[in-house]
Ligand binder design. Structure first.
Ligand code: SME
Length: 137
């Protein structure tokens, strides 16, 4: 099946490409709202497996984005008290929501082992990826 008719294959390809080609993208994954439950579920990822496959709305950086519908750039995770650590190596994180017809259905989440690596260009780039993926849903 081609990537354009299979959103999971497309998202897995994006995770693999970004994680392997962008040095400061250490872990790349997509979380989606889990049906009618007030939680996010990990759908695809590239990088080390995480035990945080289900995240309640409001919890951690990801759970906050599920409620705020806004990008969340964290230059230094040590400065966050509502943060879920996936690995002690993670220094920073960026989460960008994925909108389909105006509805926040999920998000791309990137962890970095580098301190403060994310610029507005990363936000623009990830928003573009999500807007292209939205056409598959
Ligand atoms: N750090 C995230 C949890 C997901 S892991 O980064 C893969 C958070 O605080 O929501």
């Amino acid at each position: 099946e081609s990537n354009t008719s299979n959103p999971d294959a497309a998202m897995q390809g994006i995770c693999d490409l970004l994680q392997s080609r962008i040095s400061y993208y250490s872990w790349v994954g997509f979380y989606f709202k889990n049906g009618d439950k007030p939680e996010l579920k990990l759908r695809v990822f590239a990088g080390e497996p995480t035990e945080h496959t289900l995240i309640p709305f409001g919890k951690g950086i990801c759970g906050q984005v599920a409620e705020s519908n806004e990008n969340f750039v964290v230059p230094d995770v040590q400065g966050q008290d509502n943060y879920i650590a996936c690995s002690i190596d993670v220094k920073s994180e960026i989460v960008v929501p994925l909108f389909v017809e105006g509805e926040n259905i999920g998000q791309i989440d990137i962890d970095s082992h580098v301190l403060d690596p994310f610029s507005p260009e990363d936000e623009d780039f990830l928003e573009f990826i999500n807007s292209e993926l939205a056409r598959l849903f």
